[in-house]
Design a protein around this ligand. Structure first.
Ligand SMILES: [Zn+2]
Length: 512
């Protein structure tokens, strides 16, 4: 078994070939930064979102969800600072008009980190290093700010008062609805409000397949605490021994490598400042690992001073080692009471809550805002699942059973015997009531197994001539190719147990 490192383009090609992801409306040439999900991609994406929701909303007492609108009141974005400050710096070519995102252009050309670089600095670097248009080689103009929000018009008349924005993040709707949700769900601090859904950013240069898109989905949560109880995290013991790769701001300053550490150590050495922040970092990391991602491909990295947003007290990114380097998967920011205060000021609405203990009105603080792009999670699971199996001579997509787009395949060994086909069809009809399954008649059984392996189908059930006599079926594992015979009447139970982690050899009679 070997695992060659795929490039992002090779992953994009694989996703297209197998029906996971297509360039949007490719028959018209596609549209940069937009992708369509195919028959397998939609299942994987839904499973990712569902697992996130189950873990962080349904299975917890302290977090509830909402679903806000995509076209949002412009004042929301005024209050949040997006209208004035949600910008990237662009430069355009004086001759051909080609536009570049200035920081990525500098990163590509000069191989230095340019995220958060100021406009004067960018201008200086471009001139000094004589960076020119990558398309036509001409001189570049002065860098300028560009707002990344998509605008639209609401109602039949287009005017400045009808302008509205497609939300660039889901988080702000949580703040706008804060008071209603807190009251109606009777939430007591500490608590969280979560939301998943589409967000839109008019990226100057979308790139790296699903990594930087113009339309994408987020899974976000705002976790609120009492402003004077920053360190009272009741759950910290759940993760205190949990280990992850850590790269603090200090370590980056000293050019040190990341270091594997337990949460306990991060807190005792004051590397992560608050228990809540440490708790959410560990939990978000663990969510990936529990769903089959390889923990050695992850690290948590603290923002250095230049990267910190003006409102953030401390920010850590959960990062993943993509083929194009360590990149942000999730930003976990301590946003204090910045957002609620902004909305209180702009809406002139009281968003404070009454603290029973001190009998005072307080404005809760967002101790942590885990914000995860669905498509980035999609890439992580695909990269970590992708294996090329030399002996089988096909790709095996070893997705966690909870994420498999198709859980099981049911195959009649031959397609020209009606009673075999019917028996297989009956099993398929039963299984598909519970799980996404496929029924495949096409080609040799080896070919069908290979197709299933590449789609990440967790196990296959085959009905053969003998099945008609002994009422048994063959179950084959995707990951090991191990095969066992099981009673047809027990197939559903056995597959359930297999998916939950029991060994196939314990569930049936081994086939030599
Ligand atoms: Zn040019």
């Amino acid at each position: 078994m070997e695992k060659p490192k795929l490039t992002i383009d090779e992953m994009a090609a694989f996703c297209k070939r197998k029906g996971f992801v297509y360039p949007s409306a490719e028959i018209y040439g596609g549209i940069a930064g937009f992708y369509d999900f195919g028959h397998l991609g939609i299942e994987l994406k839904n499973n990712i979102k569902q697992e996130w929701w189950k873990t962080f909303v349904q299975r917890r007492d302290d977090i509830v969800g909402i679903d806000g609108s995509i076209v949002t009141h412009p004042m929301v974005w005024k209050a949040s600072g997006h209208i004035d400050g949600f910008t990237d710096i662009l430069v355009d070519c004086k001759k051909c008009g080609m536009r570049y995102r200035a920081d990525t252009l500098i990163e590509d050309k000069l191989k230095i980190a340019a995220d958060g670089m100021q406009i004067q600095e960018i201008s200086k670097r471009i001139k000094e290093s004589r960076i020119r248009c990558q398309k036509c080689g001409s001189e570049l103009g002065e860098p300028k700010r560009f707002n990344l929000m998509f605008t639209t018009n609401v109602g039949p008349v287009q005017s400045s008062s009808s302008a509205a924005f497609l939300r660039p993040e889901t988080a702000q709707l949580i703040f706008a609805n804060f008071r209603l949700v807190q009251e109606n769900a009777r939430l007591k601090l500490p608590f969280g409000i979560a939301q998943t859904g589409k967000a839109f950013r008019n990226e100057i240069s979308p790139r790296d397949f699903l990594f930087r898109m113009r339309e994408f989905e987020q899974m976000e949560m705002e976790y609120f605490v009492h402003p004077e109880k920053y360190d009272e995290c009741n759950f910290i013991d759940d993760v205190i021994e949990y280990e992850l790769n850590v790269l603090s701001a200090e370590m980056q300053k000293k050019s040190q490598n990341m270091q594997k550490m337990a949460i306990k150590e991060c807190l005792s050495r004051k590397i992560i400042k608050t228990k809540w922040h440490a708790y959410w970092l560990a939990l978000m990391h663990k969510w990936f690992v529990d769903l089959g991602a390889d923990s050695s491909h992850f690290r948590v990295r603290q923002h250095v001073k230049d990267e910190l947003s003006h409102y953030a007290l401390d920010t850590w990114d959960l990062e993943y080692e993509f083929p194009f380097g360590w990149k942000e998967l999730q930003g976990l920011s301590n946003r204090t009471d910045f957002d609620l205060k902004q909305h209180i000021q702009h809406s002139k609405t009281d968003l404070s809550i009454f603290d029973e203990e001190t009998k005072k009105k307080i404005i809760p603080h967002v101790i942590c805002e885990p914000s995860q792009g669905v498509e980035r999670a999609f890439l992580v699971f695909m990269f970590d699942a992708y294996h090329y199996d030399k002996s089988r001579d096909n790709v095996v997509l070893k997705l966690h059973p909870k994420l498999c787009p198709v859980k099981f395949g049911v195959f009649p060994l031959v397609s020209n015997k009606a009673d075999i086909v019917k028996k297989a069809r009956d099993i398929y009809d039963e299984l598909k009531q519970e799980w996404a399954c496929i029924f495949d008649l096409g080609g040799s059984i080896g070919r069908r197994y290979a197709r299933a392996d590449e789609a990440g189908v967790y196990a296959c059930v085959t009905i053969d001539h003998e099945s008609l006599e002994d009422e048994m079926a063959t179950v084959r594992s995707r990951d090991t190719t191990e095969q066992v015979r099981v009673k047809i009447s027990e197939v559903k139970d056995i597959l359930k147990k297999f998916m939950e982690g029991e060994k196939l050899s314990k569930l049936g009679k081994s086939v030599e």
